[in-house]
Design a protein around this ligand. Structure first.
Ligand code: NAP
Length: 469
């Protein structure tokens, strides 16, 4: 990082960068299907190892002591995070990783700016300063934004949207000032006194951006922050003239963006609605509404009888299955019913759980055959001819209000149409709402039986009933 060194990239670095770029592309491709996902993870990890190895032998590196120290610190933080945080906390774990990534990018940009402004001002061309400004803006806002997202998901901060009058005007004006300062620095990189303000506004904007967004929208926001982190790394690639960083950042930026679009579509929401809609605010409920309606509940024994006398069962898993870690018991239920000749399928909603692919990962972990998993659009036409829809810890993704209640915050979100099955059974612990914080009329229908209990133990009891007869 210190003295200018003529730029000769060693052959090993060139080859490892090329291989890493190919592996990153393959990794994304393989990660998109459950049966190749493990290979995708390996490809990504090997690619990253090659990228780091190729970078560590660059002649520009004059001393390794700081690199080794920071590598050790990073490892000491990373391993416990990976081992201690459960699967259901993956969104906040991802948010934490993005925040570190954003911080690293912002700090490298800041260091490069001051180094070059003091020692080699000729390197701060308008182009370099422009991408450096973009790098610092996106890096710092990703840092604080991701920390806020982590705090909300971990419930260290209030998960409800924090809103006030004129909030969008304040936020957009602040972003406008930050962008104007970045543009000013791009035109005149020698205005060093502007840089601390520029960096501070970028950090502040990250905090303010997340304040009005509710916990339920955090996974989408995290995916968007992922995209910002990728774009900032891409900008850093231009600043450091590192082609692999440009490729990896562009892949990260575009895949994060595509994922956010997929999630928004699956919830029938627009980007602006997610970012500025303050979704998930507490809604006042009409007095006495709860007392008017009753639900029917059943025991594990009754549920077992209904399931074994059905010829077709569609299981709809949701966040509750993940919390209870019930996937292995669900596998036992699948085996027990299949042995008795019942046709069992799984209906997967794209935003069931708390991250895209959440249900696929859990069911794959329990070795449930992939060909038994059906996407929402494929299973919905079958539900009217299905004997039993068994909902395990899902709530919002089977709420019929999404179809007809224009006042509902989830109106328009495509759902798994469990209510169209002949009989519906729902395993959950109470009448509490799901993440969107709204009631579910499915529970009050005549054809619905509530199976109150923890998903893992209740499914276990049903399996015991089935196998003991
Ligand atoms: P949900 O609406 O959050 O409902 C989960 C249900 O599981 C709750 O009603 C809860 O009821 C039950 N539950 C919790 N712990 C349980 C346990 N140990 N045993 C049995 N039941 C348990 O879940 P969902 O239907 O999967 O919907 C996902 C929500 O997250 C949607 O609103 C979606 O828009 C949002 N979201 C998801 C993503 C994503 O990528 N997946 C992204 C953005 C937003 P009890 O407390 O009564 O047990």
């Amino acid at each position: 990082m210190n003295a200018p060194v003529p730029h000769v990239t060693p052959l090993f670095t060139q080859v490892s960068y090329l291989a890493a770029a190919a592996l990153f592309v393959l990794s994304l491709k393989w990660l998109s299907a459950p049966d190749t996902a493990r290979r995708g993870v390996w490809a990504g990890e090997i690619g990253m190892l090659l990228a780091i190895g190729g970078t560590l032998i660059l002649p520009e590196i004059q001393t390794y002591q700081w690199i080794i120290l920071t590598l050790l610190i990073g490892t000491a933080i990373g391993i416990p995070i990976a081992l201690l945080m459960p699967m259901t906390h993956v969104p906040q774990r991802t948010a934490l990783s993005h925040s570190f990534g954003g911080l690293a990018v912002g700090v490298v940009g800041t260091a490069k700016y001051y180094l070059w402004a003091h020692q080699e001002p000729e390197r701060l061309t308008h182009f370099t300063m422009g991408v450096l400004s973009l790098e610092v803006l996106l890096g710092f806002l990703t840092f604080t934004g991701s920390l806020m997202a982590f705090g909300k998901l971990q419930e260290l901060l209030p998960t409800r949207p924090i809103v006030y009058r004129g909030q969008n005007v304040v936020n957009l004006s602040l972003l406008g000032v930050a962008v104007a300062l970045g543009a000013w620095l791009t035109v005149d990189p020698s205005r060093m006194e502007l840089f601390p303000w520029f960096a501070a506004l970028s950090l502040l904007f990250g905090v303010l951006l997340i304040l009005p967004i509710g916990g339920a929208d955090m996974p989408t926001v995290i995916s968007l922050l992922n995209s910002y982190a990728g774009l900032s790394a891409c900008a850093m690639g231009f600043v450091l003239d590192n082609k692999l960083l440009i490729i990896a950042g562009a892949l990260d930026g575009s895949s994060g963006f595509i994922l956010s679009v997929i999630m928004c579509r699956a919830m029938n929401r627009s980007f602006t609605n997610v970012l500025f809609g303050a979704f998930g605010q507490v809604k006042a409920r009409a007095a006495g509404e709860e007392e008017k309606r009753t639900v029917r509940s059943a025991t594990a024994e009754e549920a077992a009888q209904i399931l074994t006398s059905a010829s077709s069962v569609v299981i709809i898993p949701g966040y509750g299955m993940a919390v209870a870690q019930a996937q292995h018991k669900v596998r036992e239920l699948y085996d027990a019913l299949t042995r008795r000749g019942v046709d069992v399928k799984f209906a997967i909603h794209p935003v069931a759980g708390r991250m895209p692919g959440h249900m696929n990962v859990l069911l794959a972990e329990a070795d449930i055959p992939y060909d038994r998993l059906f996407e929402m659009d494929d299973i919905n036409p079958e539900l009217p001819h299905t004997d039993v829809a068994l909902v395990i810890g899902a709530n919002d993704v089977v709420n019929p209000a999404a179809r007809h209640d224009k006042g509902s915050p989830i109106y328009g979100m495509p759902i798994i149409e469990a209510d169209r099955a002949r009989t519906v059974m729902v395993i959950k612990r109470s009448m509490n709402p799901g993440f969107a914080g709204i009631e579910n009329e499915l529970y009050y229908m005549d054809k619905t039986l509530m199976l109150f209990g923890d998903a893992k133990s209740f499914v276990g009891e049903i399996v015991k009933e089935i196998t003991s007869h």
